[in-house]
Design a protein around this ligand. Sequence first.
Ligand code: C2E
Ligand code: MG
Ligand code: MG
Length: 555
Amino acid sequence: MIDDFSKQFEKLIDIFVDYEHRSRENLIEVLFEMGKMFRLTKVESEFYKSATDQRDGVREYLCDYDIGPADKVVMSKCVIAKTGAIVKCTAYTSNDQPPYTEEELRQLDLSIRALQSFISRNRMQRAIETLGYHDEDGYPNFPYYFRHLERMNTTCGFRDQVALLYNLRQFSIINRDLGNSIGNVVMRGHYEAIKEIVGDKGVVCRVGGDNFAMIFTADKLKPILKAMEGIPIVYDKENDRRVMVSACAGVFIIPPDFVFERPGSIVELIFPACQKAKLEKNGIIEYVSKRSFEERENISRVRRNFDEGLAKGEFRAYYQPKVDVRTGKIIGAEALCRWIRDGRVVPPMEFIPILEQNTDICRLDFYMLEQVCKNIRKRISEGKRVVRVSVNFSRKHLLDPDLLENIVRIIEKNKVPYEYIEIELTETNTEVDFKKLQRLVNGLQEVGISTAVDDFGVGYSSLNLVRELPWNVLKIDRSLLPGMENERKKLSTIVFGHIVSLANAMGIECITEGVETAEQVELLKEYGCPYAQGFYYDKPLPYEEYEKKLDIGKY
Ligand code: C2E
Ligand code: MG
Ligand code: MG
C-alpha cells in the first residue's frame, strides 16, 4: 500500500508540475487512481479568485471524479494561495467503506494538498491568460498573436504559412445603420466564420477596432481571400436579417528563406500593404512585394550583424582627400565608413539609414572617430605629415547630453591634437534640435575642434543656420554644383557663386563636394572656392592607399 501510494503520488506530482504538456485525460486518469486508492466516491473542488468572490459565491466548481454515493466527507481542506485565490477540496466516500487508518488519512492529506496547489496555479494562470491575451470583448489580441508567432518560430517554423492583416470594410456604416450592439454581433459572427475557415492550425486575433491579424497554412489562402470579398452574416435569425461583411487585407506569403527576427517585424512588413489595400477603391488585397520583403530582410540583416561586425572590425574608415584647387595639394580628408562583409565592400547608403533608425549609428560614429584618431596618432608617431580629417556625426547624437565629453575623451585618449579633427554635422529641421546643435557647435568651438556643415544646400539648409552657429567649414553639396550645359546652368552658377562669396565674406572655410571634372575645378577657382573633394581627384580610399597619396601630398 505504501509503495503503491508513493508511486501514485509521484505520478500525480509529475503531472501537476508539468501540466502544460499533459492532457486533461492524463490528469483525470490519475485522479481516478487516487480516488480508488483511497476508497473515495467523489472529489470536488471549488476555486475562488479572491475572498470577495468567495463571499459573493462566485466560484469555479470542478468535479471530475464522481463514481458513487457521496455519503460522508473523508476530508475537506481549504487553502488561500499567495495570490489571494482560495481553493477548497472535499473528498467523499460511501457508507459501506470501513473507517480510515491514520496512515491513510495522512497520505490523503498530502495528495489533496498537492491537488490544491495545482488547481490554484493552473486556474490563476488561466485567469492571467484571459486577461493578458484577450481584449475587453474576449477576442484574442496582439499579445496573443505575437506569442503565437514566437511559439511557431520555436516549434514548426513558418514554411507554407501565410500571415495576413485585414480591416473590415465600412464597418462604421454597419455600426451607424444597425447600432453598436448589432455591430458587435456582426463582428463576432464574422470572426467566427473566419476562424472556421482558418481551422485549428491557424489563429485569428483582433488587433484593435475592426482590424484583425491572422496566420494560417497556405492551403487556406484561397477560401480566406474569397471570404475577404464578403461573407453574409446573419444578425437576426428570427427575421433572417443579414449583412455582407467584406474586408481589405495585406497578405504576406511567407517565403522559405524568411528569417524570423521578432513578431513585430512580420506585422511591420504587412502593415503598409494593408494600408495600401484600404486606400484602393477596387482592389482589396495587397500582397507584400518581393522588394519590400527584401528591404525588410536587409534591415534585419544589418541589425542582426551590426554588433558582430563592429566587434570583428568589419567597419573601416575610408579616406577621401580634400584638395586645394589652386595648388593641387592635399589639405585634409573625410573619413567615410565602409562595411567589409563577406568580401564585399558595402557602401554606407545600404546600412547608415538603417542604423540611424535607432542609436546604433552613434556607436558606429564613435568607432569611426576612434579609427581616425588611431590612424592620425600613428602618423604623428612616425613623424609623417598629418592633415585634418573630418568625421561624420549623425543627428542622432543630439540626444546624447554627454556628446561633447565623449568626443573629447576619444581624441584625448589617442593623444591627437584637436586641430586634426573636424566634426561634420548636417542641418536640423526642428527648433529643439537647432538649440542642441547650437550648444554642441559652440562647445566644440570652445575646445578647439573644427565643425563643418555637411551637405549645405540640400534639405532644410537655411542661411539662419550659418548665421547663428560658429561653423569653421561650409561643405557645399554637389547638387549645387553647376553640371552640364543647359538653360539652368546659368542660374546654378549664380547661386553657387553667391554661396561661395557668402562663406568667404563670413570667414568660413569653403569646400565643394562631388567635384568630378576639370571644368568644375576651373569653376571653383573662378568663383573663389578654395577647396574641393570629389572623384576628379580620388574616390574614398582604403587607408593604405590614402596614406600613399598623402605621402606624395599633391595631385
Ligand atoms: P557625405 O558625408 O556627404 O559624404 C560624401 C559622399 O559623396 C560620399 O558618399 C562620397 O563617396 C560621395 N562623393 C565624393 N565625391 C563624389 C563625386 O565626385 N561624385 C559623386 N557622385 N559622389 C561623390 P558615401 O561614402 O557613399 O557616403 C554617403 C553618406 O553616408 C555620407 O555623405 C554621409 O552622410 C554618410 N556617411 C558615410 N560614412 C559615415 C559615418 O561614418 N557616419 C555617419 N554618420 N555617416 C556616414
Ligand atoms: Mg560628410
Ligand atoms: Mg556631404
